[in-house]
Ligand binder design. Structure first.
Ligand code: ZN
Length: 551
């Protein structure tokens, strides 16, 4: 080593020490904070942050709830006083559990930063008393593979972080927010397993919207499908979101409203307003609808992507803070509501009344016009890639009364079966596997059963020409015929009378708009003019069953 090399060596050591010291001081700062909001956290940053936080606070426990398609950890932090590490700890406390997931779309990164800020405040700061009343579970980096694919050319139109963000899809190109029913990805299967095991009462999913130019800092959504429990739908719309909208404005000065997009053109001067504000989808392939289908309080958060990154983090943080505060203040109500939804459903399914499920839907307007805020934007150049970013003009908006097409009502319904019946056939293995992944109880007959069985004969099968998420979605039409039938011992049965009964029906109904027929799981077992393999017993009959094993 020559003198010059020795000098270089000393310099390198000094630098490395400098970095190490800075890291220690900054361990509880997010990468966004350390870089003046030019960058977003990578997996190693989130891991280091959680490590530092759990070293400082015994109330924070860090684990993984699965691994991504690339084998990266799906991080989960639980925050509670006393601390919790397992689902049984949670149940023993009898407190509401709020689960917050960020970064499902890894180009929409402020939820991941806001989640870290909130964890710091919950463990060590002003929000610490909340942990005496609410259990907080946070998955800050759900689509971790998408997150590690940071590129300065991803989502260039949003207002920062200028050094780039991850990509929307997982490693296999799947949109995890379209994967809740088919569960094709390792990530979605891990997430649903978490829901089955921990059963959070409130599910919060953090995003960024780059849609219409509106005047809100953040928009939100709730389950939008009117086939779900009316009590849940009215609680979310009339009580919870009304309260959050108010607190966001009064406590944080942030304007919020339901997520949507303007449909139609702005009118010429003097002409009447014809634009509407449209919600997006009723299908449970999307997280907040899936949560609602499971009888849980589900909230989608969409920070406005034309608001600068720092403020997007702030508004997302405020929104989750207010959800936690609401959950703390209404703990008993939340526990009673969710337990009641499960119990009511099971009780109805044990009774005789028809229980309907939508298979076709249309978007519907709320009863009254709503003053919607139409916003304005300008453009700035991102110095890192030379691309234009769209930037919200602060506090510049016009209030326009328009119709809010805010939910989806069934236009055609079918009566759900009291028992769904599947043949004991190897072709049903993937179906049973999916049902189990969703946490649905699957049983087998232990003795032959004679009952009126409704079979669905396929008249038409329409397959989408364009693939979506690796599938050509399939919809059936057909006719039902009822016959007294004797089912052999070993026949597979799924009872409606279970807390996830409506989810089971949504997956198994042959005409469902988001079921296992739609996602091609039954393709090999379907033929025109032939009965579909799923048949239905429409009344409660006495049957002897046990949990399905060895299949
Ligand atoms: Zn998104």
């Amino acid at each position: 080593m020559g003198p010059k090399d020795a000098l270089l060596g000393t310099f390198a050591i000094a630098l490395a020490c400098g970095v190490a010291v800075a890291r220690q001081d900054d361990a509880l700062k997010t990468r966004a904070e350390r870089t003046k909001f030019e960058e977003t956290s990578r997996l190693e940053d989130v891991e280091a942050f959680l490590g530092a936080l759990s070293a400082k606070s015994n109330l924070v426990r860090v684990q993984t709830f699965g691994t991504s398609e690339s084998g990266r950890p799906l991080l989960l932090a639980t925050l509670s006083n006393p601390p919790v590490s397992e689902p049984r700890d949670v149940r023993a406390l009898g407190r509401p559990v709020v689960f917050v997931q960020a970064n499902i779309h890894a180009g929409e990164v402020e939820g991941k930063e806001a989640a870290q800020n909130l964890m710091r405040r919950l463990a060590l700061g002003d929000l610490r008393p909340m942990l005496d009343h609410v259990i907080v579970m946070i998955a800050p980096d759900y689509n971790v593979d998408g997150n590690e694919a940071v590129d300065v050319m991803n989502r260039t139109e949003q207002c920062g972080p200028v050094a780039g963000v991850g990509k929307r899809e997982n490693k296999n190109g799947l949109d995890l927010n379209r994967d809740y029913m088919k569960l094709d990805s390792a990530e979605a299967r891990a997430l649903v397993r978490l829901m089955n095991e921990w059963d959070p009462h409130v599910l919060v999913d953090l995003h960024t919207t780059n849609g219409s130019y509106h005047g809100y800092h953040l928009t939100y959504s709730i389950p939008l499908n009117l086939s779900f429990e009316p009590k849940l739908m009215s609680f979310e719309r009339d009580t919870l979101m009304a309260s959050l909208q108010k607190s966001m404005l009064e406590a944080h000065s942030f304007r919020t409203y339901y997520y949507g997009n303007f449909e139609g053109k702005a009118p010429e001067a003097g002409q009447p307003e014809t634009r509407t504000w449209n919600a997006f989808d009723q299908r449970p392939r999307i997280g907040q609808n899936y949560g609602g289908l499971r009888n849980r309080i589900a909230i989608l958060s969409e920070a406005y992507s034309y608001l600068d990154f720092k403020n997007r983090i702030a508004v997302t943080e405020a929104f989750v803070e207010d959800i936690l505060r609401y959950s703390e203040q209404h703990a008993r109500e939340i526990l009673a509501l969710t337990a009641g939804l499960d119990a009511d459903f099971v009780r109805s399914a044990q009774g005789d009344g028809e229980m309907m499920l939508g298979v076709e839907y249309e978007i519907r307007a709320l009863p009254n016009k709503v003053p919607l805020l139409v916003g304005e934007v300008t453009h700035e150049t991102n110095p890192r890639n030379g691309k234009p970013m769209t930037v919200m003009v602060p506090d510049k908006f016009t209030k326009v009364d328009m119709q809010d097409l805010g939910y989806f009502a069934p236009t055609r319904t079918v009566a759900m079966a009291r028992t769904y019946v599947l043949p004991r056939d190897d072709a049903m293995k993937p179906i049973v596997e999916k049902l189990r992944q969703h946490g649905i109880a699957v049983e087998e007959l232990t003795a032959p059963l004679t009952a009126e069985v409704l079979t669905f004969t396929v008249a038409t099968s329409t397959q989408a020409k364009r693939a979506f998420q690796g599938h050509n979605e399939t919809r059936l039409t057909g006719t039902y015929v009822s016959n007294a039938t004797t089912l052999a011992a070993g026949t597979i049965v799924v009872r409606l009378a279970q807390p996830l009964g409506r989810l089971a029906a949504y997956l198994l109904e042959p005409e469902s708009d988001d079921g296992l027929v739609d996602w091609n799981f039954f393709d090999a077992s379907l033929a025109l003019g032939k009965p579909a393999p799923v048949s239905k017993i429409m009344r409660n009959v006495s049957m002897s069953t046990r949990a399905l094993e060895h299949f």
